[in-house]
Design a protein around this ligand. Sequence first.
Ligand SMILES: [Zn+2]
Length: 293
Amino acid sequence: MAKTILVVLMFMLGMTYGRKMVDLTHTLDENAPKYPLSYFGLTNFTYYNVKTIAEEYIGDMWLALRTMEFYEHQGTHIDAPNHFGNGRQALNEIPTEKLIGPGVIIDIKDKARANPDYAVTVDDIKEHEAEHGLIPPNSIIIMNSGWGYKYPNHQLVFGTENITDPRSFRFPGWSIEACEMLLNERQVSVLGVDTPSTDPGQADEYYCHMLLQPNDVPLLEYVANLDSVPQRGTTIVLGTMKVRRGTGGPTRIFALIDDQDQTYFNSAETMAYQTLIVSCAVIIEYFVHKFLF
Ligand SMILES: [Zn+2]
């Protein structure tokens, strides 16, 4: 019996690892957009600095290594709750349960194309739920505005010629009402965008950060490749760095498609398949023992 359980567990693990995986991460390099800190009076700041320590043969041994200095909030990254929540969880303190969860992609591409200042509404969420069902608690919910295609062009990403002036920014984000609903009625685990900020470029204040982060909700910014994943039927995994006192950091974001054929099962169907597999394995083992040994 123990052997059967082991075999079944390995099989199920194989199913997990065999799932189609989509990388939702832009490559981090010197072109990665960064929020203009000059606006906050922070001008003396190196955003991205790479030094090569070794790139050579030492005898017949090849050795390459570099040091890196970069801004915590550059390119595809997570905002730890302590970014806008005084004394809240730092990057190394985000519970691991928050770093994996059902993926929910809210597609507002048409609206964002017509209006770059668009803020996702409660009605957009309800429209999504009417088609895909209620958003489960502890989901990783990400806006797909089509902005990923503009990356890393700073003028296009910030929607302005003057990228040092945040008052001129024009890119979509979440409305305060949508944030309140997702926090209080949907128990959102992590909220994300494919733009520079969860708050739209034209917002007067960072209301989304100010509401969610003191409630220990991490945020994701510059999420990539959202057209390559279904709006539901994925498990999203956040490979954050684990930096003590970090306020955020570059994050590798993976979406695991919940079934390989991309005919998306709901979790009840997945359970039914797994139960079937376990039952078959137990029956096979019974016959193997009875007739062969
Ligand atoms: Zn950030």
